[in-house]
Design a protein around this ligand. Structure first.
Ligand code: XMP
Length: 321
């Protein structure tokens, strides 16, 4: 791997910001660039760096792929409007659900999401806008895991031999590719982003599709979205690295009001980790686990079973897909 890591301990956030802004300016010159903001710390940092360098010559989109959490788009558009940056919502729900139809294999799912995002959605947006550059928040861990063959992270392109200019018609700029999450958080803070961004738990590029075992359909996304809201409400005070819900493919026999109910299973995961490379399950108090099971089985239609995963990474990974 040719990319050289900047270790968080050695990172000077102010110096990094200055250098990065200069590099973006000189690469793009007087041209146009676009980027997608998901609202995570990585894409938020790239959005601010890009706007510092290019001003209005960077057009920022929130891609509504139908796989995001409750009201995620509205919240992030509002937050960035308050920072003086306009974010355009782009509705691509249908394209993503069509691409995911019938797919159950995890890597095929990731591949379908990547293709839809970069080729179908961004290929078109780039052509329409006249931009030649796409900025994105790939980080050092994304590259490492993909190159190691663990998971194909959605945003890895050049590092696995994809020539984006030839295949999609644009050049990709990755300002934070030398940083790990801890370093990116430091840069986010130095850029003046609010704490809800610089301390935001990670969320995967394939969004809730990374938490659905089996086919991703609008109905199944709705189930995992509801469970995710509950898990986040109940676990955000734990200060854990990441907490999530997973929808299983297999149903199990349950019962409701004295009758058989062949229903859905949700698995809860809550991780202690520094950098997502390794992790261990949080020792959650039993009362919290009990409340999670109560809420998920009463508030999420069709769920009859809730489990808590007690496996470390490795051999587990953080997400299920
Ligand atoms: P895994 O599941 O590989 O996750 O142990 C490690 C960390 O990466 C996040 N994750 C992703 N982030 N694109 C991303 O930007 C992806 O495709 C992706 N897949 C997983 C995951 O949430 C965890 O923090």
């Amino acid at each position: 791997m040719e990319i050289k890591e900047i270790k968080t301990e050695k990172l000077d956030p102010k110096g990094f910001i200055k250098q990065s802004v200069e590099e973006i300016s000189s690469t793009v010159g007087s041209g146009l660039a676009i980027n997608a903001l998901s609202g995570g710390v990585d894409s938020s940092v790239v959005t601010i760096l890009g706007h510092k360098a290019l001003g209005d010559r960077l057009k920022t989109y929130f891609i509504e792929n139908g796989l995001m959490r409750e009201k995620e788009g509205e919240k992030i558009v509002y937050l960035f409007e308050n920072l003086g940056i306009h974010v355009e919502m782009f509705d691509a729900k249908e394209q993503f659900f069509n691409a995911l139809k019938g797919i159950t294999d995890p890597e095929e799912k990731r591949e379908a999401i990547t293709r839809t995002f970069y080729k179908d959605v961004f290929g078109k947006l780039v052509k329409e806008s006249g931009a030649k550059y796409l900025m994105q928040g790939t980080n050092y861990t994304d590259v490492e895991e993909t190159v190691a063959g663990i998971k194909r992270q959605h945003n890895i392109l050049a590092q696995i031999g994809i020539d984006t200019e030839e295949q999609y018609g644009y050049i990709v700029i990755e300002p934070i590719v030398q940083l790990r999450k801890t370093g990116i958080r430091k840069v986010a803070k130095a850029l003046g982003l609010p704490e809800e961004i610089y301390n935001k738990p990670p969320f995967p590029g394939p969004a809730l599709a990374a938490r659905i075992i089996g086919e991703v359909t609008p109905e199944r996304v709705q189930t995992i979205r509801k469970a995710t809201t509950i898990v986040e409400e109940e676990l955000h005070t734990t200060n854990a690295f990441q907490y999530l819900a997973i929808l299983h493919k297999d149903k199990v026999t349950g019962m409701r009001e004295g009758k058989r109910d062949y229903g859905l299973q949700i698995e809860v995961r809550c991780w202690e980790s520094k950098d997502a490379i390794t992790g261990s399950p949080t020792r959650l108090p039993y009362d919290i686990l009990y409340k999670l099971a109560e809420r998920i089985t009463t508030e999420v239609p069709g769920v009859v079973s809730v489990t808590y995963n007690i496996t470390k990474k490795p051999p587990s990974t953080i997400e299920a897909v």
